[in-house]
Design a protein around this ligand. Sequence first.
Ligand code: SF4
Length: 189
Amino acid sequence: MKTKSWNNYLWIASATYLILGFFNILFAWLGMICFITPLTIALFTGNKGYCHKYCGRGQLLAKLGTKISRDKPMPQFMRTSYFRYGFLIFFMTMFFYMVFITQQVFTGAVDLAEIVTLLWTFEVPWAFANATHVTPWITQYAFGFYSVMVTSTLIGIVTMILYKPRSFCVYCPMGTMTQGICKLKNQGE
Ligand code: SF4
C-alpha cells in the first residue's frame, strides 16, 4: 500500500483556515501563503508543483467531491481562455479594490469595516471575530482577504457540486496565473 506523505493532508489546513476566521480574523493573513507559494514555485521551477502537490483547497474539493459532486463535465465555455482570463481579471480587480480599501483605512480616509463580503456582494457582520486590537489597516486587510478566500472557496464548492470535483481548478485565478508564468518560463525550450 502506498504511504501518504504530509502534503496529502493539506486539505486539513485549508479547512482549518476557514474555521479559524470565525475565531480571530487575523488568521486570514495566513492565506497569503496560498497566494505567494504557487507564484514562487512557478517562478523558480517553471512548473505547477503547488497545484499538483501542495494545494489544500484542491485536495479539499477532491475529497468533498467524492461525496457530493454530480461528477458531470463542465460546460465548454468555462474551459475557454476567455473565461479563464476574464475570471482572473475580474478576480484581480476585486483583489486590488480590497487593497485600495485597506490603504484608505491606513490613511484614515475611511473607518475599519468589520464585515466579510461574500461573492463581492453580500456583507456579513463579522465583528465577533475581531478579538485582537491591532492597527486598523491590518485588520481591514484580514477582513478583505478572508472575504476573497471564502468567496473563492464557495465558488469552488458550487462548481464541485455541479461538475467534476476539481472543476474549479480549470479557472482558478492562481492556477491561471501559475500556468501563465510556466508558459513564459518554458518558452523556447
Ligand atoms: S488550480 Fe487553484 S485550486 Fe486548483 S490546485 Fe491549483 S491553486 Fe489549487
